[in-house]
Ligand binder design. Structure first.
Ligand code: AMP
Length: 429
């Protein structure tokens, strides 16, 4: 096996660190292939100063929605009309921010933090972006063809606008790099795997890191003292087993396709299904890719990927929606059981992201029948709707069940700020 050397994050020069200490704002950018999501935060109190989204970049019907959150009466603003590329999109974002007195040229801006989906094995920590770092992120494109190119474009654009400003990459895979080989390797020929960098990387790491740490705080413990199963259930969904603050297993693999049933992805499937689709159904590799990533999961099973709509249909007696829900829950339960076995001792099972935070029926069904494992919900607490992190287990249950709203942007901002100011802690979750 070839060991890939760990990254030595380039040090932020002392002068830049001093400047960043005086400045307290961090812009978080999440660049997709046709969208850019952004948030500007003030790290003194982790408050949001502005949030926004540019979507349908490259189309005639591009749209920028910008919401300033400072001052009284600040209102959401919207621009529509063609935005040709990421560079134009970022310029428009900069104009909107400047309009609110929050311009990118402000000395109060300490850094830009970029979400980068795939950091491979090399990037185990947030990393100050240099040309060399960008080149490595580009080298990882074969294992993240859908995500890394857009991330690189976003970074290049932001660097062209503020070449003097420290910019930091925060990797979705980083939290999972602590997985032992036994969990990370596929049982395939080692040489083939290593040559093509095929292994389980895991994704949503920023969320799993934030939520597992926040859960420890909710239990009044240090992350090093607790074992947690995190269920990140959004349109994409993943589970992770976190022992003493370190990820020891996660459900997504080489790509985000593996694991749980998701909004549009199949999750775990016999790999031979793909051979069958090619040989027997005559589908091309691209068609199979699209089938499994975009037309499977809940949408493939019942035509809807929104859990609200599925719940409504179930109440009306819709059989397909019921079956989709049952398959979703069955897979979820399997992962709870599997990660219980991986961890040996579990202190908390925690639900997060759009479905996990909002869908009480999903939480109820996922935990139902697991009393022997020490899991039981308090029905009333489970039914409460809230934006707060909270415990929803029955008082007699041995294992806490919690709902913890995820906040990937805050985590990216904290990691970015900590790196550029030289702080040792990423801040309190
Ligand atoms: P995310 O990817 O974390 O933004 O999650 C998006 C998904 O969360 C949507 O596709 C819905 O299935 C689900 N969701 C959002 N709000 C609710 C809600 N109030 N009840 C049930 N599911 C919800």
């Amino acid at each position: 096996m070839t060991a890939i050397p760990a990254a030595t994050p380039p040090a932020t020069p002392p002068a830049a660190r001093a400047a960043a200490r005086a400045a307290t704002r961090v812009l978080v950018l999440n660049s997709g292939s046709s969208s850019v999501k952004y948030q500007l935060l003030d790290m003194r109190d982790s408050s949001r100063l502005a949030v926004g989204l540019v979507e349908r970049i490259g189309e005639e019907t591009s749209r920028l929605v910008h919401t300033p959150l400072t001052g009284d009466g600040a209102e959401k603003r919207e621009r529509t009309g063609p935005i040709a590329d990421h560079s134009t999109a970022l310029k428009a974002v900069a104009e909107e921010l400047a309009h609110d007195g929050l311009g990118l040229d402000s000395p109060e801006l300490a850094a830009i933090g970029h979400r980068v989906v795939h950091g491979g094995l090399r990037f185990t920590e947030p990393t100050v972006i240099t040309e060399e770092v960008l080149a490595e992120v580009e080298r990882l494109i074969p294992v993240a063809p859908l995500h890394n190119p857009a991330n690189v474009t976003g970074i290049r654009t932001a660097r062209a606008m503020r070449p003097d400003l420290p910019q930091v990459a925060v990797f979705d895979t980083a939290f999972h790099t602590t997985m032992p080989e036994a969990a990370a390797r596929y049982a395939i020929d080692v040489e083939t795997a290593d040559t093509h960098r095929i292994r389980r990387y895991g994704f949503h790491g920023t969320s799993h890191a934030y939520v597992s740490r926040r859960t420890a705080a909710l239990l009044g413990k240090d992350p090093s003292e607790v074992n947690v199963i995190v269920l990140h259930l959004g349109n994409g969904a993943s589970a992770s087993a976190v022992a003493g603050g370190r990820c020891v297993d996660t459900s997504m693999g080489l790509t985000p396709l593996e694991g749980l049933v998701m909004g549009t992805r199949s999750g775990d499937i016999d790999p031979a299904v793909t051979f069958h689709l090619k040989r027997v159904a005559g589908m091309s590799v691209d068609e199979i890719d699209e089938l499994l990533n975009k037309k499977s999961g809940l949408v493939g099973l019942c035509g809807d990927n929104d859990m609200r709509e599925i719940s409504r249909r179930i109440e009306e007696g819709d059989e397909r929606a019921r079956l989709a829900f049952d398959i979703y829950i069955h897979r979820l339960k399997k992962y709870i059981g599997a990660y219980y076995a991986v961890l040996g001792r579990v202190d908390a099972v925690v639900f997060t992201a759009g479905v996990g935070e909002n869908a009480a029926p999903v939480r109820e069904a996922a935990v139902a029948g697991l009393e022997e494992l020490g899991l039981a919900l308090d029905a009333e607490l489970n039914a409460v709707r809230s934006d707060e992190a909270r415990i929803i287990s029955a008082p007699y249950a041995r294992i806490a069940v919690a709902v913890v709203p995820t906040d990937e942007e805050l985590e990216i901002a904290q990691q970015t700020f900590a790196l550029v100011t030289g702080a040792s802690e990423a801040g309190n979750a």
